[in-house]
Design a protein around this ligand. Structure first.
Ligand SMILES: C[S@@+](CC[C@H](N)C(=O)[O-])C[C@H]1O[C@@H](n2cnc3c(N)ncnc32)[C@H](O)[C@@H]1O
Length: 355
């Protein structure tokens, strides 16, 4: 962010040539964003999209299928249809749209768990304290719960932890194939995915490169539910090592390539310690690939800037710009050798450990 205008132009909200300004209705809609998010969450929790097939259904049929009160379900669906999530046919039935299909659990590109994760109960306690987070340097989530986000998830909110892991697996699954296609792994025999979630990215890489071996490091409760392909008895188990741990404490893994994808989004001290631990564990010349959605160069600034605030609240973290990531990697002693898009939303920062 380079500059912020402090005095808006006088014409900012004035009607132009008799055309009523859209500013007031737009602002009213904006402050009702919570109603939109809650409506998507309710539809996902009720399983409405899963209950609706390719043939349009009446609200009554859907209400029976999901165990809802028909008149109220109709109100929920009307509100969603206004935004393009479901549509009402001329004879008053409910039909799928491109967006409502994404709420189906069995959709190949399903966003069901991402929608649930972004609207989990704890989010509704943290958003009202955004002004506090902006005013101070405290982490709102830690203040409310007296413990860090991941500790809270695993100690106090196991259902939310499961939603989070499924959401991460969904987004990994969607980017894993692109990452496997993007990555040139010539010369790499050992890869380590740090904070690799349930291991979808690692499994995709091991499947694509039959001689490659790999380690998955994540929190113990996450690694315990790793992708079955990587676990004992799984087809990739003989080439996979599961490493439960805390990457801010230690990274007990030697590899030629370290992948750090969507991890360096927490507080700066955690980022500093994680990168320092990678540098300490890696052999000289090892490759370190940091993969992130950026605040610059993003085709979805509305999503990325919202996620930036979400991270500020729950982990005292942030989304990065190219410059801020390069600065942190360089400060850790890494030589950044290139930045390339993996897909329109993700960028890979390639670097080497000195030596
Ligand atoms: C945003 S997710 C990213 C997961 C995966 N890399 C991906 O891109 O899909 C963050 C991951 O960091 C893990 N994590 C959080 N704190 C950690 C820690 N201290 N040590 C290791 N992993 C951690 C979480 O369990 C989660 O899997």
């Amino acid at each position: 962010m380079t500059s912020i205008r402090t005095t808006p132009p006088k014409t900012a909200t004035a009607p132009a040539d008799g055309v009523p300004s859209k500013a007031a209705p737009q602002l009213r809609e904006l402050v009702f964003g919570a109603a939109r998010a809650a409506a998507v969450r309710a539809a996902a929790s009720l399983g409405v999209a899963d209950a609706l097939g390719e043939r349009p259904a009446t609200v009554a049929e859907l209400a029976t299928a999901v165990g809802a009160e028909p008149e109220r379900l109709g109100r929920l669906l009307r509100s969603l249809a206004c935004c393009g999530v479901f549509a009402e046919t001329e004879d008053g039935r409910i039909a799928h749209t491109e967006m409502s299909r994404l709420l189906r659990e069995d959709a190949p590109d399903s966003l069901k768990y991402i929608c649930l994760w972004c609207t989990e109960p704890w989010t509704w306690h943290t958003w009202p304290r955004l002004d506090e987070a902006v005013r101070s340097d405290t982490c709102v989530f830690d203040e409310i719960h007296g413990k860090g986000f991941f500790t809270y998830l695993h100690e106090d909110a196991p259902d939310s932890a499961r939603v989070f892991d499924k959401a991460m697996t969904t987004s990994s699954r969607q980017s894993a194939a692109e990452l496997a296609a993007f990555l040139d792994l010539r010369g790499a025999a050992e890869v380590a995915d740090i904070g690799g979630g349930q291991g979808h990215v690692l499994a995709s890489l091991l499947e694509k490169h039959p001689a490659l071996r790999g380690s998955l490091l994540d929190l113990p409760q996450v690694v315990a539910n790793a992708d079955p392909r990587l676990r004992d008895g799984g087809p990739l188990a003989s080439r996979a090592r599961l490493v439960p741990g805390d990457c801010r404490q230690e990274i007990p893994v030697r590899a030629d390539l370290y992948i750090i994808k969507n991890i360096l989004e927490w507080d700066d001290e955690s980022t500093r310690r994680t990168l320092a631990n990678v540098v300490a564990a890696a052999p000289p010349g090892a490759r370190v690939l940091v993969i992130e959605n950026l605040l610059d160069n993003s085709p979805s600034m509305r999503f990325t800037t919202a996620m930036d605030l979400f991270l500020l609240l729950n982990v005292g973290g942030r989304k990065h710009s190219s410059d801020s990531l390069v600065t942190r990697m360089t400060e850790a002693g890494l030589s950044v050798t290139g930045i390339a898009p993996v897909n329109p939303y993700l960028h890979a920062f390639d670097s080497r450990v000195p030596g």
